[in-house]
Design a protein around this ligand. Sequence first.
Ligand code: AMP
Length: 193
Amino acid sequence: MTEKGTTLRLLIMGPQGVGKGTQAALLSKHYGIPAISTGDIFRYNLKNKTELGKQVQEFIDRGALVPDELTNKIVKDRLAMDDAKDGWILDGYPRNAAQVSALDTMLEELGTPLNHVVALEAARSILLERMQKRAVEEGRSDDTPEVIAKRLETYEKETSPLLDVYESRGQLVVVDGVGDIESINQRIIQSLN
Ligand code: AMP
């Protein structure tokens, strides 16, 4: 249960560089539920050179989506873990229409409906600035200018249309992602109340 005594299952969506990971971590602490990032799971596997890491490397390196079979399985296994039974925040999933359907099926099977979808928004110039800063700080292999551009393009084409899907289901909460980290966090919490 979260601090408010309710179960909370949340998606956090938005383009690369909008601050999804940062906000997911803060929400995880605030509500006492795990933040699950498919990107982080992939990066962990890349770093540790696991079989999965080897399978996903080429997709991540060119800023393309990892095939759905691999991604869906990771999420399905993770959502079934014990610490996810009272809620979770999914960061970076779903990213295309097929993943929305896969998630719908998983949640139906688990009997755990989604509560809200938080969409963080920021202008492209701000996203580029933040990603360039992160490239220097974290040295991610997919934070080169070419791959950044490709990832934003993939987002626009495949992921941003999903916001309309969740809007039509009445689950979308749009939050301004510009400002300091703490104010954005307060904005999200207020809009979820
Ligand atoms: P992220 O840190 O969320 O931007 O993810 C980094 C990279 O991991 C992406 O550019 C994709 O190659 C891959 N990835 C993360 N999440 C997904 C997903 N839901 N579906 C497919 N590929 C993903």
